[in-house]
Write a protein that binds this ligand. Structure first.
Ligand SMILES: NC(=O)c1ccc[n+]([C@@H]2O[C@H](COP(=O)([O-])OP(=O)(O)OC[C@H]3O[C@@H](n4cnc5c(N)ncnc54)[C@H](O)[C@@H]3O)[C@@H](O)[C@H]2O)c1
Length: 440
């Protein structure tokens, strides 16, 4: 990495170096085996759950090797390092500071599996360092951050795959094809729902000392300083605004993506209105609503996204899903498959043939990871390019902004959010020093 963008990267993140320990946790001699031209070397930032799953899927592709892992929790890092060694026979280099990982010229690509508040810095810095990026959804934790990631991706011209793996799913592609080809007639309404037991937040617990081996300041990163609380940490951080957006952005990024994709949406809606609250009656550790309905109005259809944290049942006997309501029938889909329920004509006969449940086969995750590697090797647009990740995240954030500001959002004819300044607190987070908001 001897080019200008690397120098630029060091300059922009230099102030942070003073506070963070920069050596790899365990140096295995940073000179990993020279890669063949077809080898793709991957590093993983944020190893505990989904990121590791993404790495395992990438390693299933021939010629992909795990170069390094980075995590701020030493226990996670050591455990995952041992798992990779057992799987591949090679020890990855272990880092606790992702910026040191990005300095290695032998590294081709990174997977970003950190909590949402880190996605922007991890991704932009990786692009500046010349790496391809697979970044988990939602693209980032605010509209300003997703905007800057999109700009960085276009500026640096590297492959960016966003972890909305439905885009690689054959049955989702089929669903989108049916909707777009008019198979169920003109669509007037899209209904999206997500009812998840975990979605009302974890039980409250008291603050405690930071667990042994955790670089808590580096876990917080650009987010405000807080005492350590287990609920705000591994796995359940998404219920706190500093790090995530609750079910709205968690499952919203997946399900709204499918709806926006099928309905060919590529810009803002006419209006967004979101309301809700803690209506479950539960007293959990959660800052957002456990019950929330967001309505997006378009010129020719409405889209409604409804979530109920703490529940596990829902419409069409599915706890989550998307239904496209057309003049000829309703298409219902989730990760298990899809079906069509026909409309009835005057004599009660179906307007179109019903389609019984068509079961999904295979793993969308595996295909998605393989597609990322294929784009690195052969070029081409990934199945979920940054624009699609940006759009889905944008829509999820709009819902939370409307909910938090208790206001309806509207756009003018030029597509400009009216009274945007009113929402600025929710659009761009203030980064905690020494971290600075990236400029592209
Ligand atoms: N595509 C999907 O279906 C799917 C499913 C689940 C989660 N996700 C996404 O994956 C991401 C991770 O979620 P998770 O459930 O795995 O979270 P998690 O809390 O289980 O794991 C996050 C890991 O990141 C580490 N981390 C935090 N800050 C770090 C830093 N600065 N440098 C290095 N490591 C750091 C943590 O220590 C932890 O090990 C989220 O964006 C989430 O929305 C996607």
């Amino acid at each position: 990495m001897k080019n200008i963008s690397r120098l630029e990267f060091i300059k922009t993140s230099g102030s942070a170096l003073a506070t963070a320990s920069i050596a790899p946790l365990f140096s295995l001699g940073n000179s990993k085996k020279a890669a063949s031209s077809d080898t793709v070397t991957i590093g993983l930032i944020g190893c505990r759950s989904m990121g590791f799953g993404d790495l395992v899927n990438a390693l299933k592709v021939d010629g992909v090797t795990c170069h390094s892992l980075c995590d701020v929790d030493r226990t996670v890092l050591e455990e995952k390092g041992a798992e990779v060694e057992q799987m591949t026979g090679e020890k990855p280099v272990l880092y606790k500071d992702y910026r040191r990982m990005l300095e290695d010229d032998d590294l081709d690509a990174v997977i970003v599996g950190t909590p949402d508040h880190w996605h922007c810095l991890n991704t932009v810095h990786a692009l500046e360092a010349g790496k391809h990026v697979y970044v988990e959804k939602p693209l980032a934790n605010s509209i300003a951050e997703i905007d800057v990631i999109k700009k960085a991706a276009s500026y640096h011209g590297k492959v960016v795959q966003v972890g909305q793996q439905q885009r690689s799913g054959k049955h989702w592609q089929k669903v989108v094809g049916i909707v777009q080809s008019g198979g169920i007639g003109k669509i007037r309404h899209v209904n999206i729902w997500g009812n998840f037991g975990y979605g009302s937040g974890p039980d409250k617990v008291k603050d405690t000392p930071v667990p042994e081996g955790v670089e808590y300041d580096m876990w917080l990163g650009p987010a405000p300083e807080r005492p350590f609380n287990r609920n705000r940490f591994h796995g359940s951080w998404r219920f706190f605004w500093d790090y995530g957006g609750g079910l709205q952005t968690d499952w919203g990024a997946h399900l709204l993506d499918v709806a926006l994709w099928a309905m060919n949406v590529d810009g803002p809606p006419l209006m967004v209105q979101s309301s809700g609250g803690i209506f479950s009656g539960q007293n959990k550790a959660i800052e957002m609503a456990d019950t929330q309905t967001t309505t997006y109005n378009f010129e020719n259809f409405n889209m409604v996204w409804q979530l109920n944290g703490g529940l596990e049942t829902g419409p069409f006997n599915r706890n989550y899903g998307v239904s496209f309501v057309g003049n000829k029938g309703t298409l219902v889909a989730d990760r298990e498959g899809w079906e069509i329920i026909p409309e009835k004509s005057g004599d009660d006969s179906p307007v179109i043939e019903p389609v019984a449940l068509q079961k999904a086969v295979g793993s969308n995750h595996e295909v998605h990871a393989a597609n990322f590697i294929d784009c690195i090797r052969n070029g081409g647009q990934p199945n979920c390019p940054v624009e699609a990740g940006h759009l889905a995240a944008y829509y999820t954030h709009l819902g939370n902004i409307s909910y938090r500001a208790n206001k309806q959002l509207e756009w003018d004819e030029e597509g400009q959010l009216i009274h945007e300044e009113t929402f600025s607190d929710f659009i761009k987070p203030e980064y905690r020093a020494p971290w600075t908001f990236p400029e592209v």
